[in-house]
Design a protein around this ligand. Structure first.
Ligand code: HEC
Ligand code: HEC
Ligand code: HEC
Ligand code: HEC
Ligand code: HEC
Ligand code: HEC
Ligand code: HEC
Length: 265
């Protein structure tokens, strides 16, 4: 029987209502739903309180975590947030802890895919972070035990970019001539999981840039900036027939430049 649950924000299809040991999830934002977290043969749910006995360093801060706010419960109504990712904990607890009796999702994204089905597909697109190859993991970019799962969500965009530049130091800057687009975060131009476009870009052509830049004269109040001060829109359009905005000879330094104020190189 298919024990996997198909979760989307609005709808839910799950194989077999009689499957025992499912966790219930009830949160304000989403419809009440049932999820099938990872299974461990012979184990049953014990609730998050049990974990607190021995893993205080994790449980102390957990209330602030995105996944804590989901309100995951087992059939008895106990909070089972921890077991949503680690699997039912009875064998582990009865053994007094230790390794091999509970799931540690560190090395494999499979635990996450269990509920985030769509993400597997994103990591199979032509250009992706090598997560399936094990070189980059979900927790390199997401916090599971405290705070927002998406780092720097809200006002703190610097924190979101820091997540990326700890590995991609070249894009970190500071640059003599910075590109204000970076203030919108790396995700203004890149799909963090994967994309059909090279370099995981959001768009493969000028659409990437014209979202913020009009090539016609800018209106001061539009909030849209015109980059074509010394160039006419016609010239720019002609150039675009030859490649992208960031092709060789054009704006080769989309992240910022130390030598050219038009981000040419
Ligand atoms: C009686 C104490 C105790 C309880 C209760 C307990 N654990 Fe553990 N847990 C341990 C010990 C000890 C280890 C081994 C730590 C080590 O080797 O560094 C461990 C390890 C783990 C690991 C890492 C396993 C690995 O293979 O790397 C996870 C994950 C874990 N516990 C989760 C939980 C969860 C979730 C709960 C609640 C359902 C829980 N624990 C309840 C004591 C406990
Ligand atoms: C959203 C999924 C998720 C939830 C919910 C979750 N964990 Fe984890 N846990 C992970 C991942 C992923 C790792 C491996 C992270 C790493 O090593 O950086 C992990 C690792 C651990 C470890 C091993 C730490 C180590 O250093 O080896 C323990 C213990 C643990 N979790 C306990 C808990 C407890 C207790 C709860 C509930 C309060 C909990 N987890 C909730 C995903 C989760
Ligand atoms: C038991 C099911 C379950 C598991 C397992 C699970 N998640 Fe989630 N997660 C959810 C649900 C439900 C939401 C909220 C709805 C949504 O955004 O899809 C969520 C939300 C998120 C978010 C978005 C948070 C936000 O602020 O919008 C991230 C990022 C995330 N999960 C990452 C992970 C990672 C990484 C793992 C594996 C370590 C994981 N999840 C494992 C159920 C799960
Ligand atoms: C390279 C960094 C990175 C990796 C690796 C990564 N993510 Fe994300 N993820 C992000 C960023 C950044 C966002 C926010 C996207 C946005 O704001 O548009 C996000 C958003 C999400 C969301 C919420 C929005 C949505 O698309 O549903 C979920 C759920 C999620 N990631 C799950 C995962 C899972 C599961 C893995 C591992 C299989 C993973 N992510 C690996 C960076 C990453
Ligand atoms: C844990 C390290 C790590 C983190 C964090 C990380 N990346 Fe990556 N990134 C990689 C690796 C490894 C590759 C694959 C490099 C390769 O194949 O040459 C990669 C590839 C890329 C590429 C494609 C590069 C190319 O030449 O095709 C882009 C774009 C990128 N990452 C952007 C981001 C963004 C945006 C973030 C933050 C949301 C981020 N990365 C977070 C390690 C990381
Ligand atoms: C204004 C849009 C934009 C923003 C914002 C942006 N990038 Fe890029 N990035 C690009 C473009 C365009 C390319 C492709 C450049 C090329 O092919 O020459 C690229 C390429 C990359 C590459 C591949 C580098 C290489 O030499 O091929 C990495 C890694 C990368 N970006 C990481 C990041 C990180 C990390 C951030 C945030 C700190 C970020 N980008 C923000 C547009 C952007
Ligand atoms: C998220 C919005 C955004 C995106 C996407 C974006 N930019 Fe920008 N860009 C800006 C802002 C804001 C400025 C600063 C405008 C100013 O100083 O008047 C700027 C400035 C520039 C400048 C410097 C203008 C000058 O001559 O002084 C160039 C060149 C530029 N962008 C090129 C690009 C290219 C090429 C792309 C696509 C790869 C791109 N931008 C994508 C927002 C964006």
């Amino acid at each position: 029987m298919n024990m996997r649950l198909h979760w989307t924000k609005q709808t839910l299809i799950y194989g077999g209502a009689a499957v025992w040991g499912l966790l219930l999830i009830s949160c304000v934002a989403a419809n009440r739903a049932v999820l099938a977290p990872p299974q461990i043969a012979g184990a049953t749910y014990v609730g998050s309180k049990e974990c607190a006995q021995c893993h205080e360093e994790v449980t102390t801060h957990f209330a602030s975590a995105s996944h804590a706010k989901l309100g995951l419960k087992d059939a008895k109504g106990n909070d089972s947030s921890c077991e949503g990712c680690h699997g039912p904990g009875s064998l582990h607890v009865n053994a007094g802890g230790g390794r091999g009796t509970i799931i540690n999702p560190k090395k494999s994204p499979e635990t996450c895919f269990q509920c985030h089905l769509d993400k597997r597909g994103q990591f199979q697109l032509p250009y992706t972070h090598p997560v399936l190859a094990g070189q980059v993991s979900c927790v390199d970019c997401h916090d599971v035990h405290s705070g927002n799962a998406i780092r720097g969500t809200g006002t703190d965009l610097a924190a979101q970019n820091d997540t990326c530049t700890k590995c991609h130091t070249q894009q970190k800057g500071p640059f003599v001539y910075s590109h204000d687009a970076m203030k919108e975060g790396c995700v203004a131009c890149h799909q963090p999981h994967g994309s059909v476009n090279q370099k995981m870009l959001v768009a493969r052509d000028a659409n990437l840039c014209v979202r913020c830049h009009l090539m016609a004269p800018a209106t001061p109040s539009s909030g849209i900036v015109n980059i074509g001060n010394n160039d006419t829109a016609g010239n720019h359009n002609a150039r675009l027939q030859q490649g992208t905005c960031w092709s060789a000879g054009c704006h080769e330094a989309p992240h910022g430049s130390n030598v050219n104020n038009h981000l040419r190189r």
